[in-house]
Design a protein around this ligand. Structure first.
Ligand code: GLU
Length: 302
């Protein structure tokens, strides 16, 4: 049972690459806050992307965090072991009429945008920089839907975001808000109104797995009793989706603290893909955890 009296923090990496100092910041930020408040610290492995996640990266997470001096509760929740739970939540959203099957391929989406008459550069982008979904396969006749399913065409589930927001506000008896204790994507702080509309009809369950980052992170934070979600500012916009999902699924409301991102000397954000030096490499070169803390600006106060 989640312990509601104690602050509960988490670090939720995806094992699709080696951890870098940006992850160290995120993990230590949550760990330090858990210790300062006498709270719990949870590590969760976000491995729904079965094609990109690898056991050696997962082991790397355990090794790097232990090296940093972090201790986490066991057993560790691995999302790939909970697909049935995500599927049950998806079913609930389906029964509420808030998600629809979408058969569109990337090419179809590109073509629809190209044929829209709107210059591609003016097509709206979502907060993550992807083109907003043009609405293909939304509200198609039942017969066509059946045919596509019979043909065995693969599909994802998209949320009708406008409808979902209206229903969430109805259920909530007014505007849906959330508490940002750090700094949001546009510098906001404090009570923020959840407006996921900028995402358009976002994917709630992918074609290959019955969930998405948004659905599983929302469910797991609730299941694990997380009271304060800490993570990088790059994920701040997604909170608007997560908050609406919480209201729709009747889940408890945590607070959020989005923290700054670690940047290199050129101001570029560190990433797994940009071949930034990983923690394990730094470790192999004799760098100490204290030095990592100092470099990322989280030096331990004596
Ligand atoms: N799994 C996500 C990542 O590695 C983080 C999820 C979260 O903190 O909400 O980027």
């Amino acid at each position: 049972m989640p312990d509601t009296k104690r602050e509960t923090l988490r670090f939720a990496p995806s094992p699709n690459g080696w951890l870098h100092p940006g992850h160290a910041y995120s993990a230590l930020f949550a760990w330090d806050m858990a210790r300062a408040t006498g709270g719990r610290f949870i590590l969760r492995i976000e491995d729904i992307d079965v094609g990109r996640c690898r056991p050696e990266y997962e082991q790397g997470i355990y090794d790097d965090l232990a090296w940093l001096g972090i201790e986490w509760e066991k057993p560790v929740r691995r999302q790939s072991e909970h697909f049935a739970e995500y599927e049950a939540a998806l079913k609930k959203l389906r029964e509420m009429g808030l998600v629809y099957p979408c058969f569109a391929t990337r090419k179809e989406i590109q073509d629809a945008i190209a044929e829209s008459g709107i210059p591609p550069r003016q097509w709206p982008l979502d907060p993550d920089g992807a083109p907003v979904y043009p609405g293909l396969y939304k509200d198609i006749p039942k017969r066509q839907l059946n045919e596509l399913m019979w043909e065995g065409r693969s599909y994802c589930w998209r949320m009708d975001t406008e409808k979902a927001c209206t229903m969430a506000e109805e259920l909530n008896g007014g505007p849906v808000t959330f508490m940002e204790e750090g700094v949001g994507s546009r510098g906001e702080h404090g009570l923020i109104r959840a407006r996921p509309q900028a995402y358009g009809d976002v994917v709630i369950a992918r074609k290959d797995v019955p969930t998405s980052y948004h659905l599983s992170v929302t469910l797991d934070d609730a299941t694990q009793g997380v009271t304060l979600v800490t993570r990088g500012q790059d994920l701040a916009p997604a909170t608007h989706i997560h908050r609406v999902l919480q209201v729709l699924l009747g889940l408890p409301e945590p607070r959020w603290h989005h923290h700054e991102l670690v940047r290199d000397a050129d101001g570029r954000r560190l990433s797994k893909t940009a071949k930034d030096m990983g923690l394990r490499e730094l470790r192999a070169r004799g760098v100490t955890p204290e030095e990592v803390r100092e470099t990322i600006g989280l030096a331990e106060r004596a």
